[in-house]
Design a protein around this ligand. Structure first.
Ligand SMILES: Cc1cc2nc3c(=O)[nH]c(=O)nc-3n(C[C@H](O)[C@H](O)[C@H](O)COP(=O)(O)O)c2cc1C
Length: 336
C-alpha cells in the first residue's frame, strides 16, 4: 500500500475536478516526486476508468484519485426557484439554458468507488464528507490508501473513526470547494496552520496541509508544524499541463481581480474564487442547495466560458504566486 515515504518531495498536487485536473498534470506531479491527484468528480465511471488508465501510461509513480461524497438533504424548492429567478437576465443575455427542474445526483459515487477498487488506484481521497467504514474496508482490501479531507477537528475525528489512513486538513484560504462535511454547515474558517496543528494533535494520523500555499517558505512552515505533506491547487492552475480555461488563467494575473472570497453562488456549496461580477452580484442571495444549484448554473458557466466575470475563477489566497511554468518546476521550487 502507498506510504508517504515513497515521495521524494512532500508535495501533493490537488485534485481539481471540473476541468483543471488532467492526466498530464496528475502524472507530472507524481513524476516530479510528489503525489499527483486527479479530481474524479463530475466524470462518468467509464470516463474515470479511462482516465486512470491514461495516468498509468504517463507515470509509474503513485498517484491519487479524489471523489465527492454525496449528501442528500431535503430539496428547498422555494430557495432554488427564488435563486433561479435572479439568474434569468444573465441566462437570457448569454442565451444559456436555465433548467426549471433539477434532480439530485450522487455523481455515481458507488460506481466510481468500485472503479477505484477495480483499478486498485494507489490512493483514494474524498471531500464533502467521509465514506462509511465498510467502503473504506473495501478500498483497503484492494490495497488502496484512503485519505479524507477535513476542515475542523470534529470532521477529522469522524474520518479517523471511519478508518482513513491520512487526512487532508484544508484551511479556509484554500481555492475551490470547501471540504466541509455538511452542506448546511457554516465554514469552520480555520487557517491552514491552526487547523493542521489541531488535527495532528487530535488524531495522530499523517496530515496533508492544504490552503493558501504560495511559496517554499509556506511549505517549510507547514512541515515544521507537523504536516506529512503539503497540498497545492492554485499554484498548479497556470501550468501548461493543467486543463484550466484561458479566461481563468488570465484572471489569475489580471490586476482587475485582486481578491478572493468564499461563495455558494455557483454550486450551493461554499467555494473560494476570485471575486468577479457573478460572485459580487449573487453571493448574498445564494442558498445552500447542492448539487442542484451547481447543475442550475452549468449552462451559464458553459455559455460564458470565455468571460471571467461569469465563470467560477476558483483560487486560493496565494493566487498571485501561480506561474505559467511546468508542474515539475512548481514542485521542485517548493522542495523544503
Ligand atoms: C480549481 C480547483 C478545483 C478543486 N477541485 C477539488 C476537487 O475536485 N476535490 C478536492 O478535494 N479539492 C478540490 N479543490 C481544493 C484542493 O484540493 C485544495 O484544497 C486547494 O486547492 C488548496 O488550496 P490552494 O488552492 O490555495 O493551494 C480544488 C481547488 C481548485 C483551485
Amino acid at each position: 500500500m502507498f506510504s508517504f515515504d515513497r515521495l521524494t518531495v512532500p508535495i501533493a498536487g490537488a485534485p481539481m475536478a471540473g476541468g483543471a485536473s488532467t492526466s498530464a498534470l496528475t502524472a507530472a506531479v507524481s513524476n516530479a516526486g510528489g503525489l499527483g491527484f486527479y479530481g474524479g468528480a463530475y466524470l462518468t465511471p467509464e470516463r474515470l476508468r479511462a482516465t486512470i488508465n491514461e495516468i498509468r501510461t504517463l507515470t509509474d509513480a503513485p498517484f491519487g484519485v479524489n471523489l465527492f461524497v454525496p449528501e442528500e438533504i431535503p430539496f428547498d424548492e422555494q430557495a432554488f426557484t427564488t435563486y433561479r429567478d435572479r439568474l434569468v437576465p444573465l441566462a437570457e443575455r448569454l442565451d444559456a439554458p436555465l433548467p426549471e427542474n433539477v434532480a439530485f445526483t450522487d455523481d455515481d459515487f458507488d460506481a466510481k468507488v468500485q472503479v477505484l477498487i477495480d483499478e486498485r488506484v494507489p490512493v483514494a481521497s474524498f471531500t464533502f464528507g467521509c465514506p462509511d467504514a465498510a467502503t473504506i474496508d473495501r478500498l483497503h482490501a484492494a490495497d488502496v490508501f484512503v485519505a479524507g479531507t477535513v476542515t475542523c477537528v470534529d470532521e477529522a475525528l469522524l474520518a479517523r473513526e471511519a478508518g482513513v489512513d491520512a487526512l487532508c486538513a484544508q484551511g479556509v484560504s484554500a481555492g475551490g470547494h470547501r471540504g466541509t462535511f455538511r452542506i448546511l454547515d457554516d465554514d469552520p474558517g480555520f487557517d491552514t496552520l491552526t487547523l493542521l496543528t489541531a488535527v495532528v494533535d487530535a488524531t495522530g494520523l499523517p496530515v496533508v496541509a492544504a490552503g493558501g500555499v504560495g511559496s517554499r517558505a509556506d511549505v517549510v512552515a507547514l512541515i515544521d508544524a507537523g504536516a506529512t505533506a503539503v497540498q497545492i491547487g492554485t499554484l498548479l492552475l497556470r501550468c501548461p499541463e493543467a486543463g484550466t480555461k484561458q479566461a481563468h488563467r488570465d484572471a489569475l494575473v489580471d490586476p482587475r481581480f485582486a481578491e478572493t472570497a468564499t461563495t455558494r453562488a455557483y454550486s450551493g456549496r461554499l467555494a473560494r474564487g476570485l471575486v468577479n461580477d457573478f460572485i459580487a452580484a449573487h453571493t448574498a442571495a445564494a442558498p445552500p442547495v447542492y448539487p442542484q444549484i451547481n447543475t442550475l448554473t452549468g449552462g451559464i458557466r458553459r455559455a460564458g466560458s470565455a468571460d471571467p466575470e461569469v465563470i467560477n475563477l476558483w483560487a486560493g489566497t496565494g493566487f498571485r504566486a501561480a506561474q505559467a511554468i511546468p508542474a515539475a518546476e512548481v514542485v521542485a521550487a517548493l522542495r523544503p
